[in-house]
Write a protein that binds this ligand. Sequence first.
Ligand SMILES: [Zn+2]
Length: 326
Amino acid sequence: MVTAIEPLLREQLLDRRYKLESATNAFQDVSELSRLLEEVDAALKRMDLGTYGLCEVCHDPVETDRLIADPLTRFCLGDLTPIEQQALEEDLQLASTIQTGLLPQPSQKFDGWEIAYHYQPAGLVSGDYCDLITNEEQTLHFVLGDVSGKGVAASMLMAHLQAMFRTLVSTRLPLDQILERASRVFCESTLPTHYATLACGKASPGGEVEICNAGHLPPLWIHQRAVQSIEATGLPLGVFSNEHFSVNRFQMQIGDTLFLYTDGLSETLDGIGSEYGVERLSRLLSENHALSPKALIETCVREVHAFRIGKPPSDDLTLMAIQRVG
Ligand SMILES: [Zn+2]
């Protein structure tokens, strides 16, 4: 893994070296700058020797997302000093607070629609993306996605997606074009190993819904006791830079609910290792079709928690319910 990202990290180090050198010429007190410069040179030397990215204590590979965040990292998580560990925990806590601040209001009403969601990271930060974007033209855009991987690297990409969709939706482009542009930008700005599955939709006051799905789990449309899955219309974002998406259009009746989720729900395991699965989920949604979005989400969360029999979650979990209320 380190070898795959090494050229990128080398470029970052050389860039840092250049900036430090320029700064050294401009300042009087250069001792701190020279120390940093030495660290950068030592990292470049480790690359030449082939020891870059290996922990200096145990010689195991250093975690990739930590190298991406700081190419000068020399120790694996297990070999940090207590002070370094505390600093890292504080950083994560702050990242978690910032990520929570990126989320929309937990439950809201908008021109004929009532929406609720549940967003639960497996650790302190999540690679799931959940958003509700409204505009003065009385349309509601909803997005639910899942970035490959977990932890800090995935949460940074989640923040990148959030900024991108907030901007793209404000341009009022059709849904398929929003996804095509998002895919291109995402592809050009991330590592080839990273991608995101994502379902993005638009709900109009009259009940018409459009959905574009980039390789994400099909949203479920609940009409009375019938649960219908809205199939994917494209590949995940970030796989190819010139992807095309098609739009699914349908008319929702008053009382109908659209349910979106990440694989943290369907792939939850019970005590003997069997998956929760879509069938079980569809049955639950059918039985509880008359509930409000908030009550439906709460029921699902309770059910999945009970299914896991108290074990901690192994993946980020996000659920969203959008109901037409008239
Ligand atoms: Zn180590």
